[in-house]
Design a protein around this ligand. Structure first.
Ligand SMILES: Nc1ncnc2c1ncn2[C@@H]1O[C@H](COP(=O)(O)OP(=O)(O)OP(=O)(O)O)[C@@H](O)[C@H]1O
Ligand SMILES: O=C(O)C1=C[C@@H](O)[C@@H](O)[C@H](O)C1
Ligand SMILES: [Mg+2]
Length: 172
């Protein structure tokens, strides 16, 4: 069983790219955030509100381990913070894991997230100026973990199709 694991900051396109890659390769796609929501019967926002982030990170780790242990080939889209907690970054290095960091600039992330923040509890209540500063600092803090991926694909100024093509070349 092979696991293609897409990671990177919120809004870098993990879910979008994974869905498209799944259609082309016929490898089933699992979105870690969605799996957590199904398991908890709560949205990510509700989990943060009712139980707090520490509880979310525990669920996230457990679900990631479970997905990696299944005997299927899968494309797994991680949550934006997944590699940065509970030593999850070590799991990106496993023998059967093809981990790919979708690397986006602060400007790309800001422009994608500014109108799509309501379902992302870490930024949902920020104004535009706060958000830009937050993304810059947060991305810097997280880059160490993202860079533990085996492969890196730059997504700036690329269409979904172009990014998918870059990933297909890694998989070839
Ligand atoms: N070239 C592109 N590649 C990927 N996404 C793009 C592109 N251009 C625009 N987008 C948009 O950017 C957003 C990316 O969001 P997506 O939910 O895929 O990111 P994510 O990395 O899964 O975020 P999260 O960590 O919050 O789940 C979507 O609204 C998507 O339509
Ligand atoms: O970047 C993050 O820490 C997060 C990203 C989302 O995918 C969700 O997993 C959640 O909103 C936390
Ligand atoms: Mg996503």
């Amino acid at each position: 069983m092979k696991k293609i694991v897409l990671l990177g900051y919120m809004g870098c396109g993990k879910s979008t790219i994974a869905q498209n890659l799944s259609k082309i390769t016929n490898i089933p796609f699992l979105d870690l955030d969605k799996c957590i929501e199904e398991r908890a019967s709560l949205s990510i926002n509700e989990i943060f509100e009712k139980h707090g982030e520490v509880y979310f990170r525990k669920l996230e780790h457990e679900m990631f381990v479970e997905l990696l242990q299944s005997s299927e080939n899968n494309i797994i889209g991680l949550g934006g913070g997944t590699p940065c907690y509970a030593n999850n970054h070590e799991l990106l290095k496993g023998d059967d894991v093809v981990s790919i960091y979708l690397k986006a600039s602060i400007d790309t992330l800001y422009s994608r997230l500014v109108h799509n923040k309501s379902k992302r509890p870490l930024i949902a209540n920020m104004n535009e100026e706060e958000m830009k500063e937050f993304i810059a600092k947060h991305l810097f803090d997280r880059s160490y973990y993202y860079n533990q991926a085996k492969h890196k694909v730059s997504v700036d100024d690329k269409s979904v199709e172009e990014t998918v093509q870059d990933i297909l070349e890694i998989l070839a």
